[in-house]
Design a protein. Structure first.
Length: 476
């Protein structure tokens, strides 16, 4: 099936063709005709499947006629993170370049003034994170009366971030009859309930993980004692032809510690986590995208859904405690048919988390050794906390905080002041007790992600890209 069979206008087709897309992805094939027919949609799909274009392309045609009045957007797209919201806006720029649609991006961490101006000018498409949108609504700067098209994207992520009450509040302001699309990578009960409440006879579409992405990622697991992880990471980076890499930590304060350590060792590295202010986040991302920074140490919250073309490597400095995060992380490389490499550094006590990842994948991760640190083995699964389901707040040790989105931390008390002065960790607290050992105290209290989606078979290709000094230790 080609794009021309989906019912899209010539101007959209032209932009799509200029974007270099030859064929619609499965979600685009199924969703676009339904959306053009005016149906509500419940899409079970994650990033990397082409889901953004599955709603932006038909929206451009549906909203093609008519103009927005000042402060009264005609459509609304809710996104859980600022980066995702900014990406969606870029999609409208790319696909809508032959139309006159106006967009406004309302995200936290940036000044209200420019956002007021855009709202006053009239926005056909409003793309927003829930906290900042409610700020504007409460100030009377935006009215929802004219919204006839609504997209709730990454609904399960909104749930994890505690945004659902805000989303429900926003939905209560939309009084006009509207078409609604809801996308979620997983369908926990709360999201199902939300869909039952706000969608009318939706067409349900489920697409699997973007296996072509995962297929193109060569993966390896390196088991090293915790105290050696930083040295092992440096050895790995030096051994590889790293064009650019994302390095994932489970906690934002570890992002800072690892970043500083890499810089101290002469690496060209930046850091990205949810407590940084928006300008820093965007600036760092832009530098990474423009190849001005080669390594980006980041947390899941900051990196979720980022669409950065041509990332050659992903390093999991920490094993994700939620197995599905592994798939999201390694999906940042090997995008758009390019090959990618994903290395995971596991400490012996990470056995249960690796087991959960392998259970989800239905395959074992190929093992590799770094000669200088060879010999460590994963400990058997303890049977407790298999890296599935939501983390318990009670598990968080005192003084430690799993990363929460800045949007929510600020959203608790919405004010200009809160936006301008994002909560930061005290530098003192960020200092590791022992510089030698990147690990401090308990490993609990990490990001909570939610239910495990059905990714089907995530293929773990044989890793013949392991460098010479890495000896394959075979599968167990
Ligand atoms: P998404 O799932 O929306 O985050 O999209 C993932 C990536 O796929 C983005 O880089 C898109 O530009 C790209 N993409 C979307 N649709 C297509 C398509 N039909 N053909 C090729 N690439 C696509």
């Amino acid at each position: 099936m080609s794009f021309t069979e989906l019912g899209l206008s010539d101007s959209v087709l032209r932009a799509v063709s200029e974007a270099g897309y030859e064929q619609p992805t499965p979600i685009q094939k199924q969703a676009i005709p339904q959306v053009l027919m005016g149906r509500d949609l419940l899409g079970c799909a994650q990033t990397g499947t082409g889901k953004t274009a599955s709603f932006t392309l038909p929206m451009i045609d549906i909203l093609g006629q008519g103009r927005a009045k000042a402060r009264m957007p005609r459509s609304l797209i809710l996104e859980p993170t600022r980066e995702l919201a900014a990406q969606v806006e870029q999609n409208f720029e790319t696909y809508g370049k032959y139309t006159k649609l106006t967009t406004a991006l309302l995200i936290g961490g940036v000044s209200f003034t420019d956002q007021f101006k855009k709202l006053d000018r009239g926005a056909d498409v409003l793309i927003a994170t829930p906290g900042r949108l409610l700020d504007h609504v409460e100030r009377g700067k935006v009215l929802m009366n004219d919204v006839s098209f609504l997209v709730i994207d990454e609904a399960d992520r909104m749930l994890d971030m505690g945004f659902i009450p805000d989303v429900e509040k926003i939905l209560s302001f939309i009084t006009k009859k509207h078409q609604t699309l809801l996308f979620s990578a997983t369908m926990p009960r709360e999201i199902r309930r939300l869909a039952d409440r706000f969608l009318t006879e939706p067409k349900e579409i489920t697409v699997g993980a973007p296996s072509s992405v995962v297929d193109t990622v060569e993966q390896a697991l390196v088991v090293v004692p915790h105290r050696d992880k930083r040295a092992a990471l440096r050895a790995l980076i030096r051994s590889q032809e790293v064009k650019n890499a994302l390095i994932f930590c489970n906690r934002k304060r570890d992002v800072g510690v690892l970043h500083r350590s890499l810089v101290r060792h002469g690496f060209d590295a930046g850091a990205l986590h949810g407590d940084m202010d928006q300008f820093q986040r965007m600036d760092t991302l832009d530098k990474f995208k423009a190849d001005k920074i080669r390594l980006l140490v980041c947390s899941d919250v900051a990196a979720r859904g980022l669409d950065i073309a041509g990332v050659s490597h992903v390093f999991n400095f920490d094993v994700p405690t939620h197995a599905e995060d592994y798939v999201h992380r390694i999906g940042r490389t090997g995008r758009a048919g390019r090959s990618g490499h994903a290395f995971t550094l596991a400490a012996p006590e990470d056995g249960k988390y690796i087991a959960a990842i392998e259970r989800l994948a239905g395959k074992e991760l190929p093992r590799a050794d770094i000669e200088a640190f060879a010999g460590a083995e994963l400990k058997e699964e303890s049977g407790k906390g298999r890296g599935r389901g939501r983390g318990k707040a009670a598990e968080k040790p005192a003084g430690e905080k799993a990363e929460k989105p800045a949007e929510k931390q600020q959203g608790q008390k919405r004010s200009d002041k809160a936006e301008k002065q994002p909560k930061r960790e005290q530098p003192k607290k960020e200092q590791p007790k022992k510089e030698k050992d990147g690990r401090r105290g308990s490993r609990r209290g990490r990001d909570s992600i939610g239910d495990v989606p059905d990714y089907g078979d995530v293929p773990f290709g044989e890793t013949d890209l392991v460098p010479a000094f890495l000896k394959r230790s075979g599968t167990r």
